[in-house]
Design a protein around this ligand. Structure first.
Ligand SMILES: *[C@@H]1O[C@H](CO)[C@@H](O)[C@H](O)[C@H]1NC(C)=O
Ligand SMILES: *[C@@H]1O[C@H](CO)[C@@H](O)[C@H](O)[C@H]1NC(C)=O
Ligand SMILES: *[C@@H]1O[C@H](CO)[C@@H](O)[C@H](O)[C@H]1NC(C)=O
Ligand SMILES: *[C@@H]1O[C@H](CO)[C@@H](O)[C@H](O)[C@H]1NC(C)=O
Ligand SMILES: *[C@@H]1O[C@H](CO)[C@@H](O)[C@H](O)[C@H]1NC(C)=O
Ligand SMILES: *[C@@H]1O[C@H](CO)[C@@H](O)[C@H](O)[C@H]1NC(C)=O
Ligand SMILES: [Zn+2]
Length: 929
């Protein structure tokens, strides 16, 4: 709970509300440059207007690192150098004021901008002010939509948009969201874009059946109503599907990386081809007009890392425009112009049509009958967890920077800041890039703040491998303290498990009260997975409580020859039973609501397609999931030696342990934990090294089979926020011809999924993004790990066959699923807080030895706990004396009614009203007390 006497300051003065997201709001500029909609070229009302959009698609990390892409290093891997692109485009834009260019990825633009002279910066500002260079999207990167969490997306968008606003002001503000590469589109992304104030959204990829239908029906442009909770038009976003993904029409690629013929327009020379080019172009334009609704069409003139020598593109585009428009004097009704997505959008708006409405999302994405992009929902599971942990760590770091004030950046442990971590983290969001361990700089910041808040400068130790029971300090020390920082705005109680060698410990909390604890042996699975990184034989388990936005400190001392742990109280909320013969879960009960479901769980693997198949040669790979058969192989019964080792931290006597011997094979194991005070059953799975000696690629799943009558329906969250209903072999907006019974029923799960019937809802909270489906009624499967032997021919050019220094024969991955059972009407009250505690997890730090008696053992940054419906999404230092505060209503309209929130101790100072699913951002001036 909050301890007001420790609170160094309160958030007091509401400075101003900065739009919805702390991104620039539309302002009337002082002088009025002609950027934005005013800068668009005129179109011709009676004609077919073709909007040519010169653009480049620059992945912020894919086959090369971001910096290699920026400099054009390692062009042997992929020819790409963004610095040359920006140099060359600016140069070419200056040669002809009609020319236009859009730029998307702020991570690259920022790198380039820093290196320019004042003169060049002024020139570029001029181009931006005249609408000749326009930023679209504008986030630090173009985030993936299937595997990202909304809090991370908002952060990276804020960072990119803030840079553009700070650098270019009003004219730098993107009006259009532009996600031309992501492999399927999440409704929550559209909702976020709408709330950020974008006027429209364009993308390139969608299911081939969906696209075909939309082309015939001329429904490639629509209004996406992206929330069931927010009152329209709060989450309404005009959404357009681009005609060629993000590529130019066939035959019209004039980049140095392309082979299409240039326009040869000297009639005196050989191979004069203007007539041919014009005829081909008109043909394509007329064809495209047939599948769109208005007399405006858009063409993306560019592609991956193009425009390194922009002269090639612009010289030919200038000619194309001239020669095609010349035909107007001969009766042609086609008008070509340099344009941008926002200029195109403006013309669509002027046409004043009513667009078809879209309510669901664009998952899963298939580009052909057997080519479902549902494998990448799970691919690289360790990186996916790393991203989630890093985000949690970043949020904590930002909070501590605010709570600590200036001392956090220049404290006793040196200078650190959260910017470095932010930059590093943002690389992870698009595609996948290797990122090394957490920034030492942010550890410095955390240490500085905690030392200042606690008044103790004892060195702080971080243990990043508690997931595998490794922490040298707790293993060796006879006396140490554990500091648990809670980044949530409500008090939280967590189980903590520490590797130790002793058999009994005494633990006291911040008030000096004794805390129950239990010592249990380290599981064989953990001992195997550590690979020499630690040798602790036991785990010390106890429950910690931490106040909102604050910490609590626990002191731990080894008891010499202490008695073994006493049996602990039985769990209060759940009961679980196991089958005596198989050791498998057999039922789950909620003791509060007196409900029980039959429930079994097991591990299986799908045999990944090797392409040797009569229906299609598509292989399973990093992106594509394609099992060779719809029946997965069960993992058990042969070559078993690990056992399921189940206990409740503080509960269930482990007497029957020996009954559950052989269960999973050597490369799959699981520990089931039921904690006394938890509403969730924890399944900690460990998978790997996935064997490939049989030359079969394997896609490993955990499957729950229950007595719930789910009628072909299950539910998944979208980017960790609003939940969508999924129906087997069904899409809400078209008549699906199902061609992949498993892969075609997989959806992204970012934080939770559930099945339900009238009485029971079984929810699984995941600790990272994973793919999953419900193939049979009552069943819910989640893919954990994939190891494949073939490339899926979507660009990475290698099989998904991960190894690491520690696991050279194949990556081992460990994670957790939290299961809960509730009546459907009450379920959100359980699974939302659970998911939140996984996303914003406590930060645990250690200090060795006895703490100085003056140390402040508990601290809370809040004077009052926020109401349960309200989530404190972000607290971060905005500038010197301003703090960004982002509040969110975390329930859906169907789950709860309007909440009025007051924050800051004295309700008369400030009241904020939040509607279901609403996010609001505030900039607060902070006064240090
Ligand atoms: C945008 O930039 C202007 C200065 O160009 C600044 O006054 C304004 O506060 C910024 N807005 C936000 C939300 O950062
Ligand atoms: C227009 O048509 C006339 C007669 O066919 C032809 O001579 C002229 O070249 C055409 N102009 C263009 C721009 O194609
Ligand atoms: C747009 O269409 C609506 C009816 O669909 C009409 O009421 C309105 O006047 C039109 N606006 C313009 C500017 O044409
Ligand atoms: C803990 O005990 C194990 C087994 O006796 C031993 O191998 C290991 O070195 C011990 N660890 C420490 C830090 O003493
Ligand atoms: C997968 O990785 C293992 C371990 O590095 C290697 O021995 C094997 O050849 C790889 N297989 C493929 C198909 O890449
Ligand atoms: C344990 O956590 C570390 C640090 O986050 C991570 O790198 C590692 O992959 C995890 N280990 C397993 C087996 O998942
Ligand atoms: Zn890309």
């Amino acid at each position: 709970m909050a301890t007001p006497e420790y609170t160094p300051f309160v958030f007091l003065l509401l400075l101003f509300q900065s739009g919805v997201w702390g991104v620039p709001v539309c302002q009337t500029p002082q002088e009025s440059p002609t950027c934005g909609y005013k800068s668009c070229h005129a179109t011709k009302p009676g004609m077919l207007n073709v909007h040519l959009v010169p653009h480049t698609h620059d992945d912020v990390g894919w086959l090369k690192t971001v910096d290699q892409y920026f400099y054009g290093d390692r062009n042997d891997i992929q020819h790409a150098g963004v610095q040359y692109i920006l140099d060359s485009v600016v140069d070419q834009l200056l040669k002809n004021p009609d020319r236009r260019f859009i730029y998307v990825e702020t991570a690259f633009f920022y790198r380039w901008w820093k290196q320019q002279t004042d003169d060049m910066q002024n020139t570029v500002k001029q181009l931006v002010n005249e609408g000749r260079l326009e930023f679209v999207n504008g986030g630090w990167c173009m985030s993936d939509e299937a595997t990202t969490h909304y809090s991370a997306v908002i952060d990276q968008m804020t960072m990119g948009l803030r840079f553009l606003n700070d650098t270019f002001g009003h004219c730098g503000r993107p009006r259009v969201a532009w996600h031309i590469d992501p492999f399927g589109h999440a409704r929550e992304h559209a909702s976020m874009f709408a709330q950020m104030g974008y006027d429209g959204f364009f993308f390139g990829r969608l299911d081939y059946q969906d696209r075909n239908r939309r082309m015939v029906a001329r429904e490639q442009e629509m209004l996406w109503r992206a929330s069931e909770s927010l009152t329209p038009p709060m989450a309404d976003l005009f959404t357009g599907i681009l005609p060629n993904g993000y590529n130019p029409p066939e035959g019209f690629c004039w980049d140095q990386s392309c082979d299409d013929p240039p326009i040869r327009d000297d009639p005196d020379l050989e191979d004069y081809n203007v007539d041919d080019v014009v005829t081909r172009f008109l043909h394509i334009a007329h064809g495209q007009a047939l599948v769109y609704k208005t007399n405006h069409i858009i063409m993306t003139m560019g592609s991956d890392f193009q425009y390194e020598n922009a002269n090639l593109w612009y010289k030919n585009l200038d000619k194309l425009i001239r020669y095609v428009n010349q035909m107007q004097s001969n009766g042609s009704e086609v008008n070509v112009l340099y344009s941008t997505p926002s200029c195109y959008l403006q013309e669509l708006h002027r046409v004043n049509l009513t667009w078809p409405l879209k309510g669901d999302d664009f998952f899963p994405y298939a580009d052909s009958a057997h080519d479902f992009w549902t494998g990448y929902f799970t691919s690289r599971p360790a990186l996916k967890r790393y991203e989630r942990i890093s985000n949690s760590y970043l949020q904590t770091c930002k909070q501590l920077e605010v709570l600590g004030g200036p001392i956090s950046r220049k404290g006793p442990f040196g200078a650190g800041d959260s910017e470095t971590l932010k930059h590093r983290l943002n690389k992870v969001y698009h595609c996948t890039v290797c990122v090394t361990s957490l920034s030492p700089l942010s550890q410095v910041l955390v240490s500085n703040t905690l030392s200042s808040l606690s008044g103790s400068s004892a060195p702080r130790v971080y243990c990043e491998h508690l997931n595998i029971s490794v922490c040298p300090l707790t293993e060796t020390s006879k006396k140490f303290s554990v500091n648990v920082y809670n980044p949530l705005a409500r008090p939280v109680s967590w189980p903590v498990r520490l590797p130790v060698n002793g058999t009994a410990y005494s633990i006291s909390d911040a008030k000096g009260k004794a805390v129950d604890s239990q010592v249990v042996p380290v599981s064989q699975a953990t001992a195997a997975v550590r690979r020499g990184r630690g040798y602790a034989v036991n785990e010390l388990l106890f429950q910690v409580q931490a106040p909102p936005l604050g910490y609590s400190t626990y002191s731990v001392s080894l008891l010499q020859n202490g008695p073994p742990s006493p049996p602990s109280p039985l769990p209060r909320f759940l009961r679980v039973t196991f089958d005596r013969e198989t050791g498998l879960l057999s039922s789950l009960s909620n003791l509060e609501t007196q409900q029980t479901v039959k429930l079994s769980q097991n591990f299986y693997w799908y045999n990944a397609s090797d392409g040797n198949n009569s229906e299609s040669i598509q292989m399973s790979g990093a992106y594509i999931f394609r099992p060779n058969t719809s029946t997965p192989f069960i993992i058990s019964k042969t070559s078993l030696y690990l056992h399921v080792f189940q206990y409740n931290s503080i509960c269930m006597r482990p007497t029957k342990r020996s009954r559950f011997i052989p269960w999973f094979s050597p490369w799959v194991s699981q520990v089931v934990r039921l904690y006394t005070d938890s509403r969730a059953l924890e399944l900690e799975w460990t998978v790997g090294p996935v064997p490939i000696g049989d030359d079969l690629g394997k896609e490993v799943i955990s499957r729950l089979d229950s007595s719930i009558n789910s009628s072909g329906v299950f539910y998944t969250d979208s980017n960790g926020r609003e939940v969508l209903q999924r129906r087997k072999d069904y899409r809400p907006t078209w008549n699906l011809r199902q061609s992949e019974p498993i892969a075609g029923n997989y959806y992204p799960i970012n934080s939770r999924a559930y099945i339900k019937d009238d009485k029971d809802q079984l929810t699984v909270v995941t600790d990272r993004s994973q793919g999953g489906g419900s193939i049979q009624d009552g069943s819910l499967e989640i893919m954990l790990h994939r190891r494949l032997l073939y490339d899926d021919v979507r660009g990475v050019g290698e099989p998904l066959n991960e190894t690491s220094d520690i696991y050279p024969e194949g990556l081992v991955v460990r994670g957790r699923h939290l299961l809960s059972l509730s009546p459907p009407a009450m379920a959100a009250d359980t699974h939302r807080p659970l998911a939140q505690e996984v996303v914003l997890q406590p930060l645990i730090t250690f200090t060795d030895g006895e703490l100085h008696p003056s140390t402040r053992l508990e601290f809370s940054g809040l004077q009052a706990v926020l109401p349960p419906a309200v989530h404190l999404l972000t607290v971060s230092q905005w500038d010197q004396d301003t703090v960004l505060l982002r509040l969110e209503h975390q329930y859906q309209a169907s789950e709860i009614t309007h909440t009025l929130l007051s924050l800051g101790g004295d309700p008369s100072v400030w009241e904020v009203s939040l509607k279901p699913m609403e996010i609001r951002t505030f900039l607060l001036r902070v006064r240090q007390r």
